[in-house]
Design a protein around this ligand. Structure first.
Ligand SMILES: [Mg+2]
Length: 188
């Protein structure tokens, strides 16, 4: 798969949906189990602020099997998301909708990525088609969710090399960070 290194401006999208862990905040191989362990990527917060100021809605679609694994309860998860919104409020920004899948991979739910359920749900809320949306993620399951939903995908990674990204029905972009992607269009 050849990535599009210079994609069209994100301004063409009405709505940008973000994976959370690894895109908005630093990921952890041992799950993020509390607000104490949640560490924002500050440049991503600025990128979200730039998008909001450009009139683009930003939402989140996040797998959180840590809930089903009893590593954190819903109150702790809501505290993390409230804190995220508080940080963004100080940047005159907000996340429009935060959707999370609390299930295990074995639960066969319709929401856990790589299934596109959360993307479809967010689009239903805002009456959007897949063509209106860019999904941003850092894992194979994110790419597969975007591909099966039919929306464009921005792959966040230190390297544009990824065996799992195949020629697909969608356009695939690459950037080392959300901020790099958004800032290259220099909103002001
Ligand atoms: Mg991720």
């Amino acid at each position: 798969m050849v990535f599009t290194i210079n994609p069209q401006s994100p301004l063409r999208y009405q709505h940008i949906i973000l994976d959370r862990d690894g895109v908005v905040n630093h990921d952890s191989s041992s799950y993020i189990k509390s607000l104490f362990e949640w560490r924002p990527i500050y440049s991503s917060l600025m990128a979200i602020s730039l998008l909001c100021r450009a009139g683009i809605r930003v939402s989140i679609a996040s797998n959180q099997s840590a809930v089903a694994r009893c590593f954190l309860d819903l109150n702790e998860l809501y505290d993390i998301h409230s804190y995220l919104q508080l940080l963004l409020h100080n940047l005159e920004a907000s996340i429009s909708t935060i959707q999370f899948c609390p299930h295990l991979p074995t639960d066969e739910c319709k929401c856990r990525k790589p299934k596109p359920g959360m993307l479809a749900s967010i689009c239903s809320i805002y009456n959007l088609t897949p063509g209106d949306v860019l999904f941003v993620g850092d894992k194979q399951s994110d790419f597969e969710a975007a591909s099966s939903f039919g929306c464009d995908f921005l792959f966040i990674s230190n390297s544009p090399q990824a065996d799992f990204i195949r020629t697909a029905n969608i356009r695939v972009f690459w950037a080392s960070s959300l901020y790099q992607f958004v800032r290259s269009y220099s909103y002001s």
